[in-house]
Design a protein around this ligand. Sequence first.
Ligand SMILES: Cc1cc2nc3c(=O)[nH]c(=O)nc-3n(C[C@H](O)[C@H](O)[C@H](O)COP(=O)(O)O)c2cc1C
Length: 149
Amino acid sequence: MAEALIIYTSLTGNTEACAEIVSAQLEEHGIDVTMEDVMLSEPEDFLDYDIVLVGSYTYGVDGVLPDEMEEFHEELAELDLSGKVYGVFGSGDDFYPVFCSAVDDFEEQFEKAGAVKGGTGVKVNLYPEEEDEELLKKLADDIVAKYEN
Ligand SMILES: Cc1cc2nc3c(=O)[nH]c(=O)nc-3n(C[C@H](O)[C@H](O)[C@H](O)COP(=O)(O)O)c2cc1C
């Protein structure tokens, strides 16, 4: 059975809610999913999985990574994740001029690490509403399709 690891950070629960939606949808496809808080993780943890995901909110008013994500983000690009399928999602607030840039920042690192993009990164405004839920489920579906091909 394919195994997926979702590493996430969430201050007020919005990104965590997104992670739970993605996790449940992956499980629908028979994927064995582990969710880990970034505070208890390191990028090397991804090496043991087939499908690798990051979920992060965006901070700093003009779109910076949360403090707890900075080192993880830096080290991620140094890994060899070739052969693995990745996905990124995150919550932000479209009140800010730079919306959900953490999603782009992590996609860039996964590309540097040689992972294959499984689907379009999902940027959620605050808590995931119905349409966000659809996009998050689609991300999971697309990742599985990419993994199986
Ligand atoms: C001080 C501060 C700065 C923020 N800066 C941004 C930002 O630049 N861009 C953005 O999209 N969201 C920004 N946000 C919004 C958070 O990313 C948003 O509230 C998100 O839903 C939090 O996710 P969480 O519930 O998983 O912690 C900021 C929030 C705070 C409190």
